[in-house]
Design a protein around this ligand. Structure first.
Ligand SMILES: CC(C)(COP(=O)(O)OP(=O)(O)OC[C@H]1O[C@@H](n2cnc3c(N)ncnc32)[C@H](O)[C@@H]1OP(=O)(O)O)[C@@H](O)C(=O)NCCC(=O)NCCS
Length: 181
């Protein structure tokens, strides 16, 4: 199964493919990008972007693999990744993203997140979206709020052992009903 390309005012969200792997590696390898994420390895392994994309493509055969790379409309380089991790019952998903440090602060993460939120409710027909961000990761908390998710509390979430094993995060949710209104 494939997933569609999503177009926003300034961005194009293309389904992640192995050909994007090198671009992904260029931004994912930076500590500033990895530090508050649960799973982006640091140091980032050489070839890790391609391996990640291959795994995502394999998941699409089973109805998963909802990961896009984000490109500026006029650009040819991926400058961010954004995805939905479906829950086992496929009625809800977790939203996650990372963006290239050199383009932070332009509203790109928010613009991409809004497109993926709409996709989740319109195309996938989900009942709810969830996400969380480390309390200290104010930019990500802000992106979630600007994308329409509502803060519902705090949560301790698992991160890679070398990052301490867990972090305190702000927990966000958007139900289908809230999204409609
Ligand atoms: C989080 C991240 C995706 C944001 O990307 P971005 O394209 O810069 O996001 P946007 O420009 O759409 O919005 C960022 C918002 O955070 C705000 N912000 C940035 N740094 C901030 C800080 N230190 N304190 C408070 N707000 C901050 C910006 O002002 C902006 O809000 P505004 O539009 O109200 O002014 C990017 O910083 C990133 O890739 N971080 C590393 C990976 C990561 O943390 N991923 C999320 C894991 S949960």
């Amino acid at each position: 199964m494939t997933i569609p390309t999503l177009i926003t005012r300034r961005l194009r969200l293309e389904p992640l493919e192995p050909r994007h792997g090198r671009d992904v590696e260029a931004y994912a390898r930076l500590w500033e990008v990895a530090r508050y994420t649960a799973e982006v390895p640091h140091p980032y392994p050489t070839g890790g972007g391609i391996a990640f994309a291959e795994a995502v493509v394999a998941e699409r055969r089973h109805g998963g693999g909802h990961v896009w790379v984000v490109l500026e409309k006029t650009g040819s380089e991926a400058i961010g990744s954004i995805g939905l991790d479906l829950f086992e019952d496929r009625r809800a998903a977790e939203l996650g993203y990372i963006f290239a440090l050199w383009l932070w602060g332009r509203g790109y993460a928010t613009e991409a997140a809004r497109a993926v939120v709409d996709f989740a409710f319109v195309d996938l027909g989900l009942d709810a979206l969830h996400s969380h961000a480390a309390v200290v990761n104010r930019a990500s908390c802000r992106v979630l709020a600007k994308a329409g998710l509502r803060r519902i509390g705090n949560v301790a979430f698992d991160v890679l052992p070398e990052r301490g094993g867990s972090m305190i995060g702000e927990c966000y949710r958007l139900t289908r009903q809230e999204w409609r209104s």
